[in-house]
Structure formats: C-alpha cells, structure tokens
Design a protein around this ligand. Structure first.
Ligand code: FES
Ligand code: FES
Length: 167
C-alpha cells in the first residue's frame, strides 16, 4: 500500500472587513459569505439563494454591492469589504439605518441588510437619487414580505428628499 501523500497546507488570504484586517487559512474558493458568518461571526449578512439571485448576502466590496455567496475569498484579497455591521452602530447608525427604523421599512428583516448595502452603494455615487434610480439600484434585491414601497421612501428620506407616507 502506498503511503498517503502529505496534505498541502491551506493558503493564507488577507482580507479587510469593516476596516479590520484578517489573515485566513482557508480554501481560496470558500465563499466570502461563509467567511463572514462562520469565521468572523458577522451574522448580519444573510444566506438566501446561494446563487446571486436574491441580494440577501450583499456586501460592499470597494464600494460596490456584491453577492458574497457568489464571491470566492481569493477574489477579495487586498480589497475592502463592508458588511451591514460596518455601515453604522446602534449608537451611531448610518442615515439609511435611521431612515429604515423611522419608516418601519422592514417586516421579517431577512432582506434588509442586503437592501441597506445596495442603498449605501447608490447614495455613495448618487446622493440625490430619483425614485427610478432607487428602483434600479434595488433590482437585484428581493423582499418576500413586500416592504418595497417603504424601502424606497426610507431611501428617499435618507437622501433628504420628500417621500409620500405609505399608509
Ligand atoms: S444568497 Fe447571495 S444573492 Fe441570494
Ligand atoms: S422584510 Fe421580509 S424579506 Fe424583506
């Protein structure tokens, strides 16, 4: 019987999440979502479809909203990742988080972190979006609870724009 070949050590990957650097020894094809939730214990980013279809797992990568379920960790090396935990804190919430709370723009909340990420990416590029811009920015985010109207209103308010109140 042949002796078993020695196992190759896992490669090291350095990523920056919410301003903190992490060196991880994991398979380079591990999805970023797995790293965030299971290694860094950042549970605000959610698993929905696992195939870049729903937006529940969105994070900012160098300012762009990206599906972390569909992004291997090797692709994030040297880039800056921001999760919903990095947008703001309970003490110092992001203006979007304030607006979502004030406008009750969530029901179950499963989609909310991904929507906040898409909205943050939008406002960073377009501080005064029209309603159509918001719809376009959220076209990869699904909400099964039907909060879309309140979400759009909250984003308009966060951008300092008047928004009609949903009954
Ligand atoms: S879980 Fe990533 S897009 Fe749905
Ligand atoms: S608030 Fe429940 S899925 Fe959007």
């Amino acid at each position: 019987m042949m002796p078993a070949a020695p196992q190759q050590p896992l490669p090291s990957t350095c990523i920056t999440v919410n301003g903190q650097s992490h060196v991880l020894q994991v398979d380079g094809d591990t999805p970023l979502l797995t790293i965030l939730r299971n290694h860094l214990y950042l549970k605000g980013t959610h698993y929905g479809c696992g195939s870049n279809q729903c937006g529940a797992c969105f994070v900012l990568i160098d300012g762009f909203a990206v599906a972390s379920c569909d992004t291997p960790i090797w692709a994030v090396a040297g880039k800056s990742v921001t999760t919903v935990e990095g947008l703001g804190t309970p003490e110092q919430p992001h203006r979007l988080q304030e607006a979502f709370l004030a406008g009750q723009a969530a029901q179950c909340g499963y989609c909310t972190s991904g929507i906040l990420i898409s909205a943050a990416a939008l406002l960073s590029r377009n501080p005064h979006p029209a309603e159509a811009d918001i719809h376009q920015a959220l076209d990869r985010n699904l909400c099964r609870c039907g909060t879309h109207n309140r979400v759009v209103e909250a984003i308009l308010r966060a951008a300092g724009q008047p928004a009609p109140r949903t009954p």
